[in-house]
Design a protein around this ligand. Structure first.
Ligand code: FES
Length: 329
């Protein structure tokens, strides 16, 4: 099994066959910076000092030509060919709250949430812990590369995921065609946008599309921890048309304890809709007003929504350390 040495602080960790440098570091409790785990964000770059690695994805968007010229690689994509010396900065905020592990999983049920989002329940081998808001990497049989999906429930022997069908997507095609009993591998948990129970601020959850999944998990976790007794918690859900809507039922046992607002960005002609319309970040800004900057803001959704929310939060005067999100798109 290859040994990876981080020459920046002389720490060493083992990398299981086929594992990536990032996942091996996190399994060893090392705070290697990352976000998407799928080669997009570039947060996990490291310098290769000695040895050989290869990337899972041929041309990951998180790595620039300049990075390649400097012999930089992506931790989430790099699989070592033997012992390696690498160099990267570690940060405490990336030390995993729960050690990620690979597990077999069996599909138990599929429940439709909207016209193209369903909730998939998988029974995992060995009860697995995760923090509300985290995600896992699902390796679907016959589909190259793992996909990142956030859990929608609380930790236990069943992990649920609200997943949106991607038109022409191989992984979601398999999932939406799968019958109970189908099996795959789940690796996780990962992600840093998990519920911070020790804060005393009100909580605003902002979900676009299948970003609903981690926001529901956080709402459930907050209520299970009794945070709703002395903190306001509100979930804003944004989608395009009425067929994309979900109801507050999606909150399960958190319903009634967590506020819920849905907004449509582009309702169809003649839509029977009296709720807010417009982009979700505008709706949240207008409805929260001055109170927003004193809240903890968790959000998940498409890249364009994430960028708009960050801009809105910045303009609202929110300090960055009150924003919690993972960049996996
Ligand atoms: Fe590796 Fe995003 S590119 S974590």
């Amino acid at each position: 099994m290859p040994t990876i040495t981080n020459t920046r602080d002389d720490t060493r960790f083992l990398c299981e066959p086929g594992d990536t440098v990032l996942r091996a570091a996190l399994r060893a409790g090392i705070g290697m910076p990352y976000s998407c785990n799928t080669g997009s964000c570039g947060n996990c770059r490291f310098d290769l000092v000695e040895g050989e690695v290869s990337h899972l994805r041929d041309d990951p968007p998180g790595l620039s030509e300049k990075d390649r010229a400097k012999n930089r690689w992506l931790g989430c994509q790099a699989v070592p060919g033997g012992d390696c010396q690498v160099k990267f900065r570690t940060m405490d905020q990336y030390v995993p709250p729960v050690t990620p592990a690979r597990r077999g999983a069996e599909l138990q049920s599929v429940e439709p949430i909207t016209r193209d989002i369903s909730e998939f329940a998988f029974r995992v081998d060995g009860a697995g812990a995760f923090s509300p808001g985290q995600y896992a990497l699902l390796t679907v049989p016959g589909v190259e590369g793992a996909r990142a999906y956030s859990m929608s429930n609380l930790a236990g022997d069943t992990w649920r995921f609200m997943i949106k069908r991607a038109p022409g997507g191989a992984a979601t095609g398999w999932l939406f065609d799968a019958a109970p009993g189908a099996t795959l591998e789940i690796d996780g948990p990962f992600g840093t946008a998990f519920l911070r129970e020790d804060s005393d601020r009100d909580i605003v959850l902002l979900a676009g599309g299948s970003g609903l999944s981690p926001m529901v998990s956080i709402a459930l976790g907050a209520v299970a921890a009794g945070l709703h007794d002395n903190r306001k918690i509100h979930l804003f859900y944004g989608c395009r048309e009425t067929a994309d809507l979900c109801t507050p039922d999606v909150l399960g046992p958190a319903q009634g304890k967590v506020g819920f607002t849905a907004a449509l960005s582009d309702p169809e002609d003649g839509a029977d809709w009296e709720g807010p319309t417009g982009f979700l970040h505008d709706v949240v800004r207008d409805q929260m007003g001055e109170a927003l900057k004193d809240c903890d803001l968790y959000f998940a959704g498409p890249a364009v929504m994430s960028a708009a929310v960050q801009q809105m939060a910045h303009e609202a005067g929110m300090p960055m350390d009150r924003l919690f999100f993972d960049e996996f798109y």
